[in-house]
Design a protein around this ligand. Structure first.
Ligand code: SF4
Length: 383
């Protein structure tokens, strides 16, 4: 039984950490974005309906075998912490087997379809996969996928409605920017109009839409246009969620070469916070929830429901921008250490003391100043 395994891809959104991960395509059908290296070494493939059905059958076998052990242990088929530990303590179970154990334990009834652009599948095939999933594993309440906006823009709303009816009810889209200039430079393969059409199609089909905005992606040259145009495009879409995910240029990214050659100039963390302020100021007439929960964001407390929390989010940004330079340095250290997620955390005495001790240690170690060291640590944390 422990040999049972099925295919899973490399990534999922943070909100899908407790979902069952099931792969229906491999890699990304576009794979050209300058700021993304996730799938650069892999070839795009559509999984066949038979392959996906075979994986679903394997998941069912795993569920049955986990429940059989539960009954044997007198746990009435429940997946308790004790039962989950039983499987994790024994060698030989595949990663995918253990992921099903975790999924049963958390009982989220949520499934995430991998990889990067599953709406590229023919609608009939995707519907067949979804129907089989719901037939074989009853009780699933949420099925989510990533999709490119350009792909969703090309799909008819009728096809998207059929996919929705078969169970796919949430889509994550990397909007990144609403500026045509930024999108072109970054080789995103879509323009602002395509973003709006793709996003609106998904909403019209009755699915929940998460859009990702990437602060920093306009660089020094286009940051203002990047903020304002991204807000304009999101105002036209009105997605359910807007997630902030700050640009990080790791060495594996094609964009890294542009930075090295001087073609793309990075903004500082402080400048990126100013950019986010301009972005939030320009969000108008929408009812999205804004989340800043990624580890690489400087301020994680810029979060709330529009329109009522807009001023609260701007206040959170101003609290940071109003800090004196030594307090800002203090905040950066605490942020990099994962102790602070917003400026109010600096008032917590024990947290503050821990950060101050670290700063004293670093000051002794790096007499020439902390700024470069902090940037390096920040880069490491973001990687
Ligand atoms: S579409 Fe998404 S997954 Fe594909 S290259 Fe661009 S950012 Fe990466």
């Amino acid at each position: 039984m422990e040999q049972l395994s099925f295919e899973q891809g490399p990534i999922r959104p943070p909100s899908e950490a407790r979902s069952l991960l099931l792969r229906v395509t491999r890699s990304c059908s576009w794979n050209k974005c300058q700021f993304c290296s996730v799938y650069k070494s892999s070839k795009f493939e559509r999984c066949t309906v038979d392959e996906v059905k075979a994986d679903i059958d394997t998941v069912v076998e795993i569920i049955n075998s986990v429940k059989a052990v539960s009954w044997k242990m007198g746990l009435s088929g429940q997946v308790t912490p004790q039962l989950a530990q039983y499987f994790f303590d024994r060698p030989g179970y595949s990663q995918s087997f253990l992921s099903v154990v975790t999924w049963l334990y958390y009982a989220t009834h949520a499934v995430f379809l991998q990889d990067a652009n599953n709406l590229v599948l023919d609608a009939d095939k995707l519907v067949a996969m979804l129907e089989y999933l719901n037939e074989m594993i009853p009780g699933i309440t949420r099925i989510t996928t990533y999709s490119r906006s350009q792909t969703a823009a090309r799909k008819s709303v009728e096809d998207l409605k059929r996919i929705r009816a078969a169970g796919l009810n949430r889509v994550h889209m990397g909007l990144e920017s609403g500026s045509d200039k930024v999108l072109k430079f970054m080789k995103k393969g879509v323009n602002a109009e395509g973003h709006i059409k793709g996003g609106r199609n998904v909403i019209e089909a009755g699915m929940e839409l998460f859009e990702y905005y990437m602060p920093g992606l306009g660089g020094r040259e286009l940051w203002r246009e990047h903020s304002i145009e991204t807000a304009r495009v999101l105002n036209a879409i009105n997605p359910h969620f807007i997630r902030l995910r700050t640009l990080h240029v790791g060495q594996m990214l094609p964009l890294h070469e542009q930075v090295q050659s001087g073609n793309f100039k990075l903004r500082t963390p402080e400048e990126i916070v100013e950019e986010i302020k301009l972005f939030i100021e320009n969000l108008e007439g929408i009812t999205s929830f804004v989340a800043s929960d990624h580890i690489g964001n400087m301020l994680q407390d810029v979060e709330g429901q529009l329109p009522q929390d807009k001023q609260r989010m701007l206040d959170a940004i101003d609290r940071y921008l109003d800090l004196e330079s030594d307090e800002r340095l203090h905040y950066h250290v605490g942020r990099v250490m994962g102790i602070y997620s917003g400026v109010p955390d600096m008032a917590l005495p024990r947290a503050r003391q821990k950060v101050e001790e670290t700063i004293d240690r670093l000051k002794n170690q790096y007499e020439d100043g902390l700024d470069d060291v902090l940037i390096q640590i920040h880069d490491r944390v973001m990687r």
